[in-house]
Design a protein around this ligand. Structure first.
Ligand code: ADE
Length: 222
């Protein structure tokens, strides 16, 4: 989100801006680390292209992806945080040919596991900054904004999801293909069931401040 980018840029030194494929990459130093901050845009293709550019052009060794998501696990509420243990594309559907939902045919992996150290750092960060409730779990991604109670129940029961969003699993897949570490950190903005949301602009500011604080903590420890 723009709100997250602005907070991160404010803390960066030796700042340089480079545009590739229409995406602005902000390179610099943050908490003593060489970093690139960018906004992927919505959906799996945008996220995949952004991730591959980060790897090829900027030679990143770790990716921390933040943003909002719809809560899937019944214990999660708006404002809670999910840290990815793994990611899968819930809209990958080759069931007609006998594959389980989410399975990418002819590929070794369809569930992409997050880096343990980054997951642990994210967890420590949530505790250190008193970020409220957080949970570790599976992030489900698809090119669909989910606003359907039955679909949420299916995503929980059949896909074992903690939350649903539109980018994480494609970032995760590109990281897996390139052997780059990743973690996805999401603030719950809705319950993915079409029910009323809290004041969205207020929520965005809180979520952005929180993800900035989490990243700041994590980068200090790296
Ligand atoms: N991002 C935030 N909420 C979402 C939802 N309900 N479905 C998909 N992506 C989301």
């Amino acid at each position: 989100m723009d709100e997250e980018i602005m907070l991160l840029l404010a803390g960066m030194e030796q700042y340089e801006e480079i545009t590739r494929a229409g995406i602005r990459f902000n390179k610099g130093i943050f908490q003593g680390n060489s970093v690139v901050v960018c906004k992927s845009g919505v959906g799996k293709v945008n996220a995949a292209v952004t991730t591959q550019i980060l790897i090829d052009q900027f030679k990143v060794s770790k990716i921390m992806f933040t943003g909002v998501a719809g809560a899937v696990h019944p214990d999660l509420n708006i404002g809670d945080i999910v840290i990815s243990t793994e990611c899968i594309q819930h809209d990958m559907d080759v069931t007609a040919l006998g594959y389980a939902r989410g399975v990418i045919p002819y590929q070794e992996e369809s569930i992409f596991v997050a880096d343990e150290h980054l997951v642990s750092l994210a967890e420590q960060a949530c505790r250190a900054i008193s970020a409220g409730k957080y949970r570790l779990g599976k992030v489900l991604s698809g090119d669909q904004f989910i606003a359907d109670r039955n679909k949420v129940a299916w995503l929980y029961k059949e896909m074992d999801g903690a939350c649903v969003e539109m980018e994480g699993a494609s970032v995760a897949q590109v990281c897996y293909m390139n052997r780059v570490d990743f973690v996805i950190i999401r603030s719950m903005s809705d319950k993915a069931d079409g029910s009323a949301n809290m004041n969205y602009s207020e929520f965005t500011i809180t979520a952005a401040e929180r993800s900035h604080a989490i990243l700041e903590y994590m980068l200090k420890q790296l």
